[in-house]
Design a protein around this ligand. Structure first.
Ligand code: ZN
Length: 123
């Protein structure tokens, strides 16, 4: 559930930097390189979002976005005049992360259905 690891850009080993917000502060334990690639979180797309927003000190903005999203889904009437561009930005990130997540899940379901139909069809 932790996207707190990075992969060394030189020797490709995966390690956990002292501070995930500044991975380049921790040189690779293998080769000492400061080039890194952030590892994606495999479990939950929101964790990445959390990290990126928390990293810039904008956690409350994400909280607001989640509340706005909830309000919208509950049928509250809101227009772009009612929220700040920052809030709208956070909301857009939230939605696109969720869309990606939904799409991946839909693809998985589709794949499973295809497999099942394949097995079920008479030879
Ligand atoms: Zn390395």
């Amino acid at each position: 559930m932790d996207a707190r690891e990075v992969r060394c850009g030189e020797c490709q080993i995966v390690f956990t930097p002292a501070d995930i917000r500044m991975p380049s502060e921790t040189p690779c334990p293998g080769c000492g390189s400061q080039r890194y690639v952030r590892m994606p979180c495999e479990v939950c797309p929101a964790a990445d979002l959390d990290d990126s927003l928390a990293g810039s000190g904008q956690q409350p903005l994400l909280d607001r976005a989640i509340q706005l999203d909830l309000a919208l889904r509950k049928g509250f009437n809101m227009t772009l005049d009612d929220i700040t561009m920052e809030e709208f930005g956070a909301l857009s990130i939230l939605w696109s992360e969720r869309d990606n997540h939904d799409r991946e899940q839909a693809q998985e379901r589709e794949q499973k259905m295809k497999e099942q139909m394949h097995h079920a069809s008479p030879v």
